[in-house]
Each structure stands twice: as C-alpha cells, then as structure tokens.
Design a protein around this ligand. Structure first.
Ligand code: ZN
Length: 410
C-alpha cells in the first residue's frame, strides 16, 4: 500500500495545484463537425462542376474557331479552382478551431479525472483506517492503474459505494480516450486539407498559365485569328454603345422621378493601388497587340490576381457581367454619358443597380477575357466619348490620374 499512498499524495498535490489555478471552463462550441461536413459537401459540388468544365474543354480541343469559348471555360475553371481553395482554407481554419476546442475539453476531462482519482484514493485510505482492506490486497500487485482497474473487475465483493467511484473513473477515462481519438482525427484531417491546398494552388497556377498561353496564341497569330480579333473589337464597341445608352437612360429616369440626375463634377481617383501603366489610350497593347494602334483604355499592371479595384468616382453600377473581350467587367454611370469601365477582373463585387461611393471596392484584379496577364483595363467616357484617364502634358489636368509610371520609362 506504500506505493498507492505515495501515488495518492502526488495526485492530491496535483489536484491542489489545479484548484489553486482554478478549473478551466469549457468554451462554448464555436465550430461543429457539421459545419465542416457542409464545407465538404460544397467541395464535392465544386468537384463535379470541375469535371463538367474539363469535359467541355476536352470537346473543344484544338478548334481555333472556338478559342473564345475555350477562354471562357478556362476562366470558369480558374474561378472553380479559386472557390475550391477558399473552401479548403475554410476547412483548415475550422479544424484549427475544432482542435483548440477539443484540447480544452481534454484538459478539462483530465482535471476531472485527477479529482476523481483523489476521491478514489480517499476511499482507499478510509478502508485502510477502518481495517476493511480485504479486497484491496487483491489489487495490491497491480503493475499500473489500468491493470488495477482490470483486476477490480474480478473482485465481486467490491462495495456499491466503491463501485460508483470506480465506474465514474472508468467513464472519465473512456471520455479522455475518445477526446484523444477525436483530436488525432482532426489533426490528420487538417494535414490532409493542407496537402490538398498545396496541390490546388499549383493547379490554379497551371490553369492561369494555360489561359494566358491561349490568349497569346490568339494575339501572336493575327492573320489566322483575324475573325476572332475582329469579333473582340466589335464586342468592345457594342459594350461602349450599350453602356452609354444605359447611362443616359438612368439619368433620364432619375430626372423623371424628380431626382436630380447624378451630376458628378468631381475628379477620378486611382481604381487600384498600383500606378504602373502598361498601355495607354491609343497606344499599343502590351504584350500581344490586338487592335494594334487603337487601344481603347488604360492598362494598369503590377496588380496580380488579388488586388482590390475601387470605384474611381461615385455612381450607379449599370453593367456587371462577363464578356469575351473584357472578361469580368463592371461599368459605373456617374451621370449622363459619363461612365467608367473596369475590365479583366477575377471577380466582381457589385451588382447592377447598386450605388457605389468613390473608393468602394467593386472587384478583384485578374486576367479574365482577352488578357495576357493580370492587369486592370480602365476606361473613362465623358459626354459619350472615351477620354484619356491619365493627366498628361505640361499642365497637370485637374481631376485626372497623375503620379504614374509608364512601362518602359522606369
Ligand atoms: Zn486594356
């Protein structure tokens, strides 16, 4: 019984320490396995969409006349993979939270086990003092606590009160084992999700490269893809005409409703944080060179695939959609015939009809549509005609964008 006594003393000391520190309260469950299961079912759905897209791309194969359709599918594929990445990242975050919760629960259960074991020890001491140690002697030879519990099963004359203490202890031990298993499982799942994330990110890189290669191929073979390039050019003209029509319609509607039509005389702010211009209005688009000497907007580079795009001026969103030329693009009306257009976004953050303040985030940069790499294609129309957004010449033009660097000049 000496060994047992010593064990009880050590555990009593431990329990005292725990009591001094104060028992930790189990946190309210913030993440449940059900939430993770929901994410997994969404991931499954994205997976089947991915397969559909792959099958459609397979069908188009090397059909040159279907190049734009192919680019659209590649853009969708990139979108799909990005959504999968977000999903896996959410799973990893949920697992991290679940692991923290389970660890707290485990600590709590272990503390209760210590207390329960102390109770058990107290009973042993009482038995000893009362001289009723008959069955304890059976357990004396136990090599470990677990071994002792096994031996206890063989002792029939264990008294009811003692049995309750022992049962509670066993239940706690089962709970601890279960929590430990849960913890192991969650950690393994989190590791698997991390591995998946790495592979999804490399998949996304490949898809982006493939999309850029396709557009470069169209641009580099101007003669062969004459029809495609002309179709893109016409589409851009159609988009401009449509945007102007909508802008005037909106202004007329507002006037009819007695609202003063948006007159927005103020200037424009930079639609992205970058000030690096890769192509100017009328200049040659770089690299590639579709439309050759008649680029319709201003290209701002060094934006990557994740930069926020801001409304250059307050106004109402009149277009938010995908087109072969501008990819995901948004047009904002700032008054009759005054619009701004933002092209090649990886995602759009606004809907038609929405009013935006100057500086509001309307999308995220990307390379969708007819684009040879991530950049923002930016256009301004005033009084129904495209104007150069960049302040230029000897006198800085008030209200236009300044402080930029032209590609090649630095
Ligand atoms: Zn452009």
């Amino acid at each position: 019984m000496k060994a047992m006594k010593r064990m009880c003393r050590v555990l009593a000391a431990l329990l005292l320490a725990v009591c001094l520190v104060g028992a930790e309260v189990s946190p309210v469950l913030a993440v449940t396995q059900a939430e993770i299961d929901q994410l997994k079912s969404e991931a499954k759905e994205l997976g089947s969409q991915k397969k559909e897209l792959e099958a459609k791309l397979e069908e188009l194969a090397d059909d040159k006349s279907k190049a734009l359709e192919k680019k659209r599918l590649l853009d969708q594929q990139i979108d799909n993979t990005s959504a999968q990445i977000k999903n896996v990242e959410a799973q990893i975050a949920d697992y991290a939270e679940l692991i923290t919760q389970t660890e707290a629960e485990l600590t709590d259960a272990e503390e209760r086990e210590v207390a329960q074991y102390e109770l058990f020890c107290q009973r042993v001491r009482a038995m000893e003092e009362g001289g009723e140690v008959s069955y304890w002697s059976v357990l004396f030879g136990a090599s470990s606590f677990t071994d002792m519990l096994t031996r206890l099963n063989d002792v029939n004359e264990v008294m009811d009160a003692d049995q309750q203490v022992i049962d509670d202890l066993k239940a706690l031990q089962a709970e601890i084992t279960e929590k430990k298993n849960q913890l192991e499982d969650s950690k393994a799942e989190r590791e698997a999700a991390k591995t998946e994330l790495v592979s999804k990110k490399s998949e996304l890189d490949k898809q982006r490269q493939r999309a850029i290669a396709l557009v470069n191929e169209i641009n580099d073979n101007e003669q062969e893809n004459k029809e495609t390039l002309e179709a893109l050019d016409k589409e851009e003209e159609r988009i401009l005409a449509e945007a102007l029509r909508k802008s005037r319609e909106l202004a007329a509607q507002q006037a009819a409703q007695g609202k003063s039509p948006q007159s927005n005389p103020g200037g424009y702010i930079w639609p992205v944080d970058s000030r690096y211009i890769t192509s100017t209005v009328g200049g040659r688009q770089s690299p590639g060179g579709i439309g050759s000497t008649n680029h319709k907007g201003t290209d701002i580079g060094r934006v990557g695939y994740t930069s926020p795009i801001y409304a250059a001026k307050a106004g109402t969103v009149i277009v938010s959609q995908y087109s072969s030329s501008y990819g995901n693009y948004v047009v904002i009306s700032h008054g009759s015939g005054n619009t701004t257009l933002y092209g090649h976004m990886s995602s759009r953050k606004v809907e038609v009809g929405q009013y935006v303040n100057q500086g509001d985030v309307i999308g995220i940069t990307g390379s969708t549509g007819h684009s040879t790499g991530p950049h923002l294609h930016f256009e301004i129309t005033e009084n129904g005609v495209r104007v150069n957004p960049l302040s230029h010449g000897a006198e800085p033009q008030k209200g236009y964008l300044s402080g930029y660097t032209l590609s090649g000049s630095a």
